[in-house]
Design a binder for this molecule. Structure first.
Ligand SMILES: *Cc1c(COP(=O)(O)O)cnc(C)c1O
Length: 380
């Protein structure tokens, strides 16, 4: 099955044996009647499993060309579950340029439990190798990175993680499986904030993991049930419904993202534009190699370079909404230094390029003329 068919039918055979409904029913129940003591039906208690969640988990696995999908109550709950594979003394090598909430989870929660994190710029994959020792268990990457739009060569990193027998996890939230399929490139775990493009309509918080290895899947299902950060059936239904238009939405996000990036690049009020489709983007060949297109995320800095110039720009926008998050049908603008990345100390964030004048756009699927006119009036 090709990708555009998988988004609609992948993993969805026989989802409603009771009435053959085309969409999976929302099983709004906490528990399932057992016919006799000791006889375990497929579903017993909805933390352990629910048919609506199961339909979504099968769809997620299919989209990532994986075998096992595991859904969580948020993207961070999915990352939390991956970290719970580790024990005190273990070490993690993570990209330095990553989602602020992931950084906070690593440094404010898991560090306390004796897990050590190394933050490394992974645009040069070789940089990873020098941090590996006997305690290293996991390499955590995100590509394109948030908000600097750096690209990490997943296949090159996976050669290193295979050599040392480490787990490689890729946060695929920005790219989505429409653009890039990390398991095919050698990753062991692919993670999503399904809140973003998979859900696609800014109406749900959810996360997911997809893996191929049975043992790894069993450990993660165990954590999903034992820690209990599961999504509700209504939210699973919403994400499944969002996924059915992922390919058409992504196609438009990419077209509009390209148009916005080119328009910003020629605007005199703009300094740098970060978008992997530019030939002079430092990792452009990696994008060409591992992504189908360049996505709908674009970041830029103002020519004035000040905090005030960035805040003035975002406050003048009319079609773009000033909001955290990304990946919905509507265009959003964010100011990482005061919003998504406010939890990262200023020196640390500036080292990776998240300066006070940086603005991040999640380009939606509105008419491109309205989007460009809005950016131009806010910059003028
Ligand atoms: C939003 C986001 C997360 C966290 O997901 P939640 O659903 O908000 O918990 C993780 N990684 C990336 C890249 C994100 O954009």
């Amino acid at each position: 099955m090709k990708f555009n068919t998988k988004v609609i039918h992948g993993g969805q055979e026989n989802i409603d044996p009771a009435y053959n409904s085309v969409m999976p029913p929302i099983y709004q129940t906490s528990t399932f009647k057992q016919t006799a003591p000791g006889q375990h039906p497929e579903f017993e208690y909805a933390r352990s499993g629910n048919p609506t969640r199961s339909a979504l988990e099968k769809s997620l696995a299919s989209l990532e060309n994986g075998t096992y999908g595991i859904a969580f109550g948020s993207g961070l709950a999915a990352i939390d579950a991956v970290l719970k594979l580790l024990k005190p003394g273990d070490e993690v090598i993570s990209t330095s340029d990553l989602y602020g909430g992931s950084y906070r989870l690593f440094t404010s929660i898991f560090k306390k439990f004796g897990i050590k994190f190394h933050f490394v710029g992974m645009s040069n994959p070789q940089a990873v190798e020098s941090y590996i020792n006997d305690n290293t268990k996991l390499v955590w990457t995100e590509t394109p990175t948030n908000p600097m739009m750096n690209l990490i060569d997943i296949q090159a990193i996976s050669k290193i993680t295979n050599k040392y027998n480490l787990l490689l996890a890729v946060d695929n939230t920005f790219a989505t499986p429409y653009l890039q399929q990390p398991l095919d490139l050698g990753a062991d775990i692919v993670m999503h904030s399904a809140t973003k493009y998979l859900g696609g309509h800014s109406d749900v918080i959810m996360g997911s993991l997809v893996v191929n290895d049975k043992d790894l899947a069993d450990q993660l299902y165990f954590i999903q049930n034992a820690s209990g950060a599961v999504p509700g059936p209504q939210d699973c239904f919403l994400v499944l419904r969002g996924i059915k238009t992922l390919h058409v939405r992504m196609q438009r996000h990419c077209e509009n993202g390209a148009a916005v990036a080119h328009c910003l690049k020629t605007n005199a009020e703009v300094d740098k534009v970060y978008w992997p489709g530019f030939e002079d983007h430092p990792n452009h060949e990696v994008a060409q190699k591992q992504m189908k297109d360049y996505g709908g995320m674009v970041s830029f800095t103002t020519q004035k370079g000040t905090l005030e110039s960035a805040l003035e720009f975002v406050s003048k926008l009319k079609v773009f909404t000033l909001a955290e998050s990304l990946g919905g049908v509507e265009s959003l603008a964010g100011h990482p230094a005061t919003m998504t990345h406010a939890s990262i100390p200023k020196e640390d964030r500036e080292k990776t390029g998240v300066v006070d004048s940086l603005i991040r756009l999640s380009v939606g699927i509105e008419d491109i003329d309205d989007l460009i006119a809005d950016l131009e009036q806010a910059l003028s």
